[in-house]
Design a protein around this ligand. Sequence first.
Ligand code: NDP
Length: 317
Amino acid sequence: HKSTVIITGASSGVGLYAAKALADRGWYVVMACRNQPKAHQAAQSVGIPLDSYTVMQIDLGSLDSVRQFVKDFRATGKSLDALVCNAAIYMPLLKEPLRSPEGYELSMTTNHLGHFLLCNLMLEDLKRSPAPEKRVVILGTVTHNPNELGGKIPPRPDLGNLEGFADGFKEPVSMIDGKKFEPVKAYKDSKVCNVLTMRELHRRYHDNTGIVFTSLYPGCVADTPLFRNHYPLFQKIFPWFQKNITGGYVSQELAGERVADVVTKPEYGQSGSYWSWGNRQKKDRKAAFVQKVSPQAQDEAKAERMWELSEKLVGLP
Ligand code: NDP
């Protein structure tokens, strides 16, 4: 009997290689993707055996689609042992915000609100699983943290007092702090919310469910398609810069292995942790360590406010 993991956004980059690594370790992988033909093709291209995976439809930029995914997954009768929240969009060149069907700004919806709803709904499935240990892993990033070298480049993430969420997050509001639209900041804000969500899931549910909630920064995976919406020149220079100047570069294969480690290995079983291998890839550094998250991502009052306002926006409970 195989353990089952759901990975969102497994059709490319870190998610695809995490799917491959987990399949190699004997897991059954549910690739939760918005483009099914692309996901199948991606799975084949990295050699995931047909009996180790399935592709299921989800658009994290639509809350109805997230709810439908949960129904579809339940209809398979599979038990759920781990959930990896990995999908994300990064749209640095946008001048005007894109919107979800609900009318919410799309990066925050895809990266945070969709996953927030998914985690909350799938807690039930994880609780029902007979596995001795269940895990939820949410992808973080160094850019969520202005105190780290990799997070210093402006604009900095800033949730403010979540005025934009409190005001309903629809037109004319596009940012969580209610300020002017800034697509790079929208991405970073959403990643702060990802870390806050992990910490709040841990605080609310670890003791009473035993589920382990963690995040990780896999390293700078500079040649994933995440940067597909950036200037072509940036897409050429960034991987080179990360390889040769900062030393932050990590291959997609290694990033996938790191996600798989956090999902499966006993040494990553400390709930509430944010795992990192450092931003500079030192040759002698193999082991991960628990890294301090940014001041905003540590702020418990902010976490609680984020939680309550996100619940309202996604229509929970
Ligand atoms: P990619 O762009 O390669 O992959 C993103 C995945 O998310 C794709 O499978 C994409 O699907 C999917 N996706 C996007 N929008 C939606 C949606 N609305 N519904 C469902 N799926 C969607 O990016 P990465 O692999 O680089 O990033 C993965 C994660 O890793 C992100 O959370 C990112 O923040 C994090 N990360 C990445 C770093 C890096 O350096 N690359 C560094 C630190 C963290 P599709 O194929 O259809 O476009």
